[in-house]
Design a protein around this ligand. Structure first.
Ligand code: HPA
Length: 281
Protein backbone atom coordinates (compact mmCIF):
# COMPACT_ATOMS: atom_id res chain seq x y z
CA UNK A 1 0.00 0.00 0.00
CA UNK A 2 1.26 3.50 -0.75
CA UNK A 3 2.16 5.59 2.30
CA UNK A 4 -0.71 7.94 1.37
CA UNK A 5 -3.88 5.88 0.88
CA UNK A 6 -5.93 8.76 2.33
CA UNK A 7 -4.84 10.84 -0.66
CA UNK A 8 -5.99 8.31 -3.27
CA UNK A 9 -9.23 9.00 -5.07
CA UNK A 10 -10.36 5.35 -5.31
CA UNK A 11 -9.74 4.69 -1.62
CA UNK A 12 -11.86 7.69 -0.66
CA UNK A 13 -14.66 7.14 -3.16
CA UNK A 14 -14.92 3.38 -2.46
CA UNK A 15 -15.32 4.10 1.27
CA UNK A 16 -17.94 6.75 0.49
CA UNK A 17 -19.84 4.30 -1.73
CA UNK A 18 -19.92 1.73 1.08
CA UNK A 19 -21.26 4.42 3.46
CA UNK A 20 -24.09 5.12 1.00
CA UNK A 21 -24.92 1.41 0.87
CA UNK A 22 -24.92 1.20 4.69
CA UNK A 23 -27.03 4.33 5.17
CA UNK A 24 -29.38 4.44 2.18
CA UNK A 25 -31.34 7.68 1.90
CA UNK A 26 -29.47 9.32 4.77
CA UNK A 27 -29.26 13.11 4.61
CA UNK A 28 -27.22 14.18 7.63
CA UNK A 29 -26.41 17.84 7.86
CA UNK A 30 -24.35 17.74 11.06
CA UNK A 31 -21.44 15.52 12.04
CA UNK A 32 -20.03 14.59 15.42
CA UNK A 33 -16.79 12.82 16.29
CA UNK A 34 -16.74 11.53 19.84
CA UNK A 35 -13.44 11.54 21.68
CA UNK A 36 -12.38 9.39 24.63
CA UNK A 37 -15.23 8.96 27.07
CA UNK A 38 -17.64 11.29 25.25
CA UNK A 39 -20.15 8.48 24.56
CA UNK A 40 -22.09 9.46 27.68
CA UNK A 41 -22.95 12.69 25.85
CA UNK A 42 -25.05 10.73 23.33
CA UNK A 43 -28.16 10.83 25.55
CA UNK A 44 -30.02 13.50 23.52
CA UNK A 45 -29.54 11.62 20.22
CA UNK A 46 -32.10 9.14 18.89
CA UNK A 47 -30.54 6.40 16.85
CA UNK A 48 -31.86 5.66 13.36
CA UNK A 49 -29.24 3.19 12.15
CA UNK A 50 -25.77 2.07 13.15
CA UNK A 51 -22.92 0.32 11.41
CA UNK A 52 -19.64 -1.00 12.81
CA UNK A 53 -16.75 1.24 11.78
CA UNK A 54 -14.94 -1.89 10.57
CA UNK A 55 -17.55 -2.30 7.79
CA UNK A 56 -16.18 0.77 6.01
CA UNK A 57 -12.93 0.01 4.18
CA UNK A 58 -10.13 2.11 5.60
CA UNK A 59 -11.66 2.88 8.99
CA UNK A 60 -10.64 -0.34 10.68
CA UNK A 61 -11.24 -1.05 14.34
CA UNK A 62 -10.74 1.39 17.17
CA UNK A 63 -8.03 0.11 19.48
CA UNK A 64 -8.32 2.39 22.51
CA UNK A 65 -10.45 1.90 25.65
CA UNK A 66 -13.30 4.42 25.63
CA UNK A 67 -13.53 4.31 21.82
CA UNK A 68 -16.16 1.71 20.79
CA UNK A 69 -15.91 2.05 16.98
CA UNK A 70 -19.29 2.51 15.40
CA UNK A 71 -21.02 4.90 13.09
CA UNK A 72 -24.46 6.10 14.10
CA UNK A 73 -27.04 7.95 12.07
CA UNK A 74 -29.15 9.77 14.64
CA UNK A 75 -31.52 12.68 15.19
CA UNK A 76 -31.25 15.36 17.80
CA UNK A 77 -33.64 18.31 17.91
CA UNK A 78 -34.75 17.36 14.41
CA UNK A 79 -31.21 17.59 13.01
CA UNK A 80 -30.04 14.44 11.24
CA UNK A 81 -26.50 13.75 12.41
CA UNK A 82 -23.74 11.35 11.48
CA UNK A 83 -21.82 10.30 14.58
CA UNK A 84 -18.45 8.57 14.70
CA UNK A 85 -18.22 6.93 18.07
CA UNK A 86 -14.61 5.98 18.54
CA UNK A 87 -12.03 8.04 16.75
CA UNK A 88 -8.77 6.69 15.41
CA UNK A 89 -5.50 8.30 16.42
CA UNK A 90 -2.18 8.93 14.69
CA UNK A 91 -0.36 7.12 17.51
CA UNK A 92 -2.17 3.88 16.63
CA UNK A 93 0.33 3.67 13.79
CA UNK A 94 -2.03 2.87 10.92
CA UNK A 95 -1.37 6.11 9.08
CA UNK A 96 -3.71 9.00 8.34
CA UNK A 97 -6.47 7.08 6.53
CA UNK A 98 -8.45 5.92 9.59
CA UNK A 99 -7.87 9.29 11.27
CA UNK A 100 -9.18 11.55 8.52
CA UNK A 101 -11.56 9.29 6.53
CA UNK A 102 -14.59 10.14 8.74
CA UNK A 103 -14.38 13.73 7.53
CA UNK A 104 -14.45 12.70 3.88
CA UNK A 105 -17.37 10.35 4.57
CA UNK A 106 -19.28 13.13 6.30
CA UNK A 107 -18.64 15.53 3.46
CA UNK A 108 -19.69 12.96 0.87
CA UNK A 109 -22.95 12.32 2.78
CA UNK A 110 -23.82 16.03 2.69
CA UNK A 111 -22.74 17.07 6.19
CA UNK A 112 -21.98 20.79 6.44
CA UNK A 113 -21.07 21.32 10.09
CA UNK A 114 -18.87 19.08 12.21
CA UNK A 115 -18.21 19.09 15.92
CA UNK A 116 -15.04 17.37 17.11
CA UNK A 117 -14.77 16.39 20.77
CA UNK A 118 -11.88 15.19 22.87
CA UNK A 119 -10.44 14.69 26.32
CA UNK A 120 -7.55 17.01 27.07
CA UNK A 121 -5.05 17.97 29.71
CA UNK A 122 -5.40 21.49 31.08
CA UNK A 123 -2.32 23.71 30.94
CA UNK A 124 -3.72 27.19 31.67
CA UNK A 125 -4.04 27.68 35.42
CA UNK A 126 -7.83 28.15 35.47
CA UNK A 127 -8.55 24.91 33.58
CA UNK A 128 -9.75 22.26 36.00
CA UNK A 129 -10.80 18.64 35.48
CA UNK A 130 -14.44 18.62 34.37
CA UNK A 131 -14.28 21.96 32.52
CA UNK A 132 -15.56 22.11 28.96
CA UNK A 133 -13.47 24.25 26.64
CA UNK A 134 -14.24 25.59 23.18
CA UNK A 135 -11.12 25.32 21.02
CA UNK A 136 -10.39 28.68 19.40
CA UNK A 137 -7.22 27.70 17.57
CA UNK A 138 -4.53 25.05 17.65
CA UNK A 139 -0.85 24.21 17.49
CA UNK A 140 -0.03 21.21 15.31
CA UNK A 141 2.94 19.65 17.11
CA UNK A 142 2.31 16.10 15.93
CA UNK A 143 5.44 16.07 13.81
CA UNK A 144 3.51 15.26 10.65
CA UNK A 145 0.65 16.68 8.62
CA UNK A 146 -2.36 14.80 7.24
CA UNK A 147 -2.08 16.57 3.86
CA UNK A 148 1.64 15.94 3.34
CA UNK A 149 2.00 13.96 0.13
CA UNK A 150 0.69 14.16 -3.42
CA UNK A 151 -2.01 16.82 -3.74
CA UNK A 152 -5.52 15.35 -3.57
CA UNK A 153 -8.09 17.95 -4.71
CA UNK A 154 -10.90 16.07 -2.92
CA UNK A 155 -9.34 17.43 0.28
CA UNK A 156 -9.20 21.00 -1.07
CA UNK A 157 -6.47 23.33 -2.31
CA UNK A 158 -2.73 22.54 -2.15
CA UNK A 159 -2.12 25.30 0.40
CA UNK A 160 -5.26 25.61 2.50
CA UNK A 161 -5.73 28.77 4.54
CA UNK A 162 -5.95 28.01 8.24
CA UNK A 163 -6.54 31.54 9.57
CA UNK A 164 -10.00 30.43 10.66
CA UNK A 165 -9.84 26.65 11.08
CA UNK A 166 -12.59 26.75 13.68
CA UNK A 167 -15.52 28.42 11.96
CA UNK A 168 -16.37 31.74 13.69
CA UNK A 169 -20.14 31.41 13.15
CA UNK A 170 -20.19 27.81 14.41
CA UNK A 171 -18.19 28.89 17.46
CA UNK A 172 -20.68 31.68 18.12
CA UNK A 173 -23.57 29.19 17.97
CA UNK A 174 -21.85 27.00 20.55
CA UNK A 175 -21.10 29.97 22.84
CA UNK A 176 -24.70 31.12 22.61
CA UNK A 177 -26.00 27.62 23.34
CA UNK A 178 -23.73 27.32 26.36
CA UNK A 179 -24.43 30.79 27.78
CA UNK A 180 -27.61 29.95 29.71
CA UNK A 181 -26.08 26.79 31.18
CA UNK A 182 -24.66 26.63 34.69
CA UNK A 183 -20.93 26.19 34.11
CA UNK A 184 -19.22 28.77 31.86
CA UNK A 185 -17.82 27.58 28.58
CA UNK A 186 -14.14 28.41 28.70
CA UNK A 187 -12.06 28.85 25.53
CA UNK A 188 -8.51 28.01 24.65
CA UNK A 189 -5.73 26.99 22.29
CA UNK A 190 -5.24 23.23 21.91
CA UNK A 191 -1.82 21.75 21.23
CA UNK A 192 -1.80 18.32 19.57
CA UNK A 193 1.15 16.01 20.18
CA UNK A 194 1.45 12.57 18.67
CA UNK A 195 1.38 10.61 21.94
CA UNK A 196 0.96 7.88 23.03
CA UNK A 197 2.86 8.98 26.13
CA UNK A 198 1.48 11.82 28.15
CA UNK A 199 3.84 14.79 28.29
CA UNK A 200 6.70 15.38 30.66
CA UNK A 201 6.41 18.32 33.06
CA UNK A 202 9.11 20.09 31.02
CA UNK A 203 7.04 19.62 27.85
CA UNK A 204 4.00 21.06 29.60
CA UNK A 205 6.04 24.13 30.58
CA UNK A 206 7.23 24.41 26.98
CA UNK A 207 3.65 24.18 25.69
CA UNK A 208 2.55 26.89 28.12
CA UNK A 209 5.35 29.12 26.83
CA UNK A 210 4.19 28.44 23.26
CA UNK A 211 0.70 29.66 24.07
CA UNK A 212 -1.13 26.36 24.52
CA UNK A 213 -3.99 26.17 27.05
CA UNK A 214 -4.81 22.50 26.48
CA UNK A 215 -2.96 19.44 25.28
CA UNK A 216 -4.09 16.22 23.63
CA UNK A 217 -3.37 13.62 20.95
CA UNK A 218 -6.18 14.17 18.45
CA UNK A 219 -8.58 16.64 16.82
CA UNK A 220 -6.04 18.83 15.00
CA UNK A 221 -5.60 16.56 11.94
CA UNK A 222 -9.35 16.18 11.64
CA UNK A 223 -9.87 19.94 11.98
CA UNK A 224 -7.25 20.61 9.32
CA UNK A 225 -8.77 18.30 6.70
CA UNK A 226 -12.32 19.38 7.57
CA UNK A 227 -11.49 23.06 7.12
CA UNK A 228 -9.52 22.28 3.98
CA UNK A 229 -12.37 20.39 2.31
CA UNK A 230 -14.95 23.03 3.14
CA UNK A 231 -16.67 21.60 6.22
CA UNK A 232 -17.46 24.06 9.00
CA UNK A 233 -15.66 22.72 12.01
CA UNK A 234 -15.74 23.44 15.74
CA UNK A 235 -14.20 21.51 18.62
CA UNK A 236 -14.84 20.99 22.31
CA UNK A 237 -12.45 19.59 24.90
CA UNK A 238 -13.40 18.13 28.22
CA UNK A 239 -10.51 18.68 30.61
CA UNK A 240 -9.80 15.39 32.38
CA UNK A 241 -6.63 16.35 34.23
CA UNK A 242 -4.13 19.08 34.75
CA UNK A 243 -1.06 18.72 32.52
CA UNK A 244 1.83 16.63 33.82
CA UNK A 245 3.60 18.28 36.73
CA UNK A 246 0.84 20.83 37.37
CA UNK A 247 -0.98 18.73 39.97
CA UNK A 248 0.20 16.36 42.60
CA UNK A 249 -0.74 13.18 40.74
CA UNK A 250 0.35 10.91 37.92
CA UNK A 251 -1.72 10.59 34.73
CA UNK A 252 -3.78 7.50 33.91
CA UNK A 253 -6.24 6.90 31.04
CA UNK A 254 -8.70 5.08 33.34
CA UNK A 255 -8.96 8.05 35.65
CA UNK A 256 -9.61 10.29 32.68
CA UNK A 257 -12.51 8.08 31.58
CA UNK A 258 -13.93 8.25 35.12
CA UNK A 259 -13.64 12.03 35.04
CA UNK A 260 -15.51 12.11 31.72
CA UNK A 261 -18.23 9.87 33.06
CA UNK A 262 -18.96 12.32 35.83
CA UNK A 263 -19.03 15.16 33.28
CA UNK A 264 -21.32 13.08 31.01
CA UNK A 265 -24.66 14.65 31.84
CA UNK A 266 -23.26 18.17 31.48
CA UNK A 267 -21.71 17.31 28.12
CA UNK A 268 -25.03 15.76 27.00
CA UNK A 269 -26.96 18.91 27.96
CA UNK A 270 -24.44 21.07 26.16
CA UNK A 271 -24.72 19.02 22.96
CA UNK A 272 -28.52 19.14 23.23
CA UNK A 273 -28.44 22.94 23.53
CA UNK A 274 -26.00 23.24 20.63
CA UNK A 275 -28.17 21.01 18.43
CA UNK A 276 -31.28 23.03 19.40
CA UNK A 277 -29.46 26.03 18.02
CA UNK A 278 -28.64 24.13 14.81
CA UNK A 279 -32.29 23.22 14.37
CA UNK A 280 -33.21 26.93 14.13
CA UNK A 281 -31.03 27.44 11.07
N1 HPA B 1 -2.04 14.96 27.64
C1 HPA B 1 -2.33 14.47 26.43
N2 HPA B 1 -3.52 13.98 26.10
C2 HPA B 1 -4.47 13.99 27.05
C3 HPA B 1 -4.23 14.47 28.35
C4 HPA B 1 -2.95 14.99 28.65
O1 HPA B 1 -2.66 15.44 29.78
N3 HPA B 1 -5.41 14.32 29.03
C5 HPA B 1 -6.30 13.78 28.17
N4 HPA B 1 -5.73 13.57 26.97
Amino acid sequence: MTPFPHLQTAVLTDAAAEMRRRFPGAQPRAGLILGSGWSTALRPFTERKTCPASAIPGLGNATVAGHPGQIILADCQGVQTLIFQGRRHWYEGEGWLPVVLPLFLMKSMGVRQVLLTNAAGGIRADLEPGDTVLIRDHLNLMGDHPLRGPHQPLWGARFPDLSQVYDPAWQRQIREAAAPMGAPLKEGIYAALSGPTYETPAEIRMLAALGADLVGMSTVPEAIVAASCGLKVAALSCVTNKGAGLADQLLAHDEMLTQLQSAGERLASLLEAVWRRLSHE
